[in-house]
Unconditional design. Structure first.
Length: 256
């Protein structure tokens, strides 16, 4: 039996996961960290976060990364990050509920402000995961969900879109078509198709940036890809405003 070699992007992702394990080895939550026993977990579970490199059961891991009220969220995130990242890459999350929340967990950790070696390891993980997803015909997390996650985790959208532009293969095109299909309802209602972490105004900036990218880049690319006319019309409608959009003969009849 022969086995195909891993994609180069997958080898990069595996190296990034190893980099997280090495960089964050020995990390613990702050000794004085606390949380509500009624809403988060027991004192025994809290004590596990203050012991380095001990694997957490999946439920405890989820409660830990999703809790919004740690007094020192960066130290908690550093403590769980190697296992958390492996769990994400393995698909052990609910894509319908978790993508935005996962990104916000990274954002609450303010990882860009960590020491350079740590921040670089996190950035490389996000970039490697994105690169591998765009080349994977069946990723564990669809590209449009991962884009929401990494945008919220990093606070920026353009670099991730720029990388998508550079990936011109059929797989990346299919991911793009699936993304437009998932996003078009929200975008036509002038809403960002995920919950933004920071503020409504900044979410509006991201929506405008995503919309402009779809019009200028995605539509011509999907025309070449042979995407359905209906999908292309949805992108065209994004370039219209007000009555011109609602009264267009190809308006899908959405009500908001």
């Amino acid at each position: 039996m022969t086995h195909s070699a891993p994609r180069p992007t997958r080898r990069r992702l595996d190296a990034a996961l190893y980099g997280l394990a090495v960089t964050f080895r020995g990390m613990t939550a702050h000794p004085d960290e606390n949380n509500c026993e009624c809403h988060w977990g027991s004192a025994e579970e809290l004590a596990r976060l203050k012991v380095a490199d001990r694997e957490l059961d999946p439920d405890l891991l989820r409660r830990t990364w999703s809790a919004p009220d740690w007094s020192d969220h960066p130290s908690v995130l550093r403590r769980i990050l190697p296992q958390f990242a492996r769990s994400l890459v393995a698909g052990h999350t609910d894509r319908y509920r978790d993508s935005d929340d996962i990104g916000r967990s990274f954002a609450r950790g303010r990882w860009q402000q960590w020491p350079a070696e740590q921040a670089t390891a996190v950035r490389e993980f996000l970039e490697a995961w994105w690169a591998d997803t765009l080349t994977d015909p069946a990723p564990v997390l669809p590209a449009h969900d991962l884009l929401a996650l990494i945008t919220e985790a990093s606070g920026e959208l353009r670099p991730w879109l720029a990388h998508w532009e550079s990936q011109t293969g059929t797989t990346a095109d299919r991911h793009l078509a699936a993304a437009v299909d998932d996003w078009e309802y929200d975008l036509l209602g002038d809403e960002l198709p995920w919950d933004a972490w920071d503020s409504e105004d900044h979410g509006g900036e991201k929506r405008a940036e995503l919309t402009a990218w779809l019009i200028s880049h995605a539509r011509p690319r999907l025309v070449a890809h042979g995407a359905p006319a209906e999908l292309l019309d949805r992108i065209r409608l994004l370039g219209l405003t007000g009555d011109a959009r609602w009264d267009d003969p190809h308006w899908p009849g959405y009500h908001y």
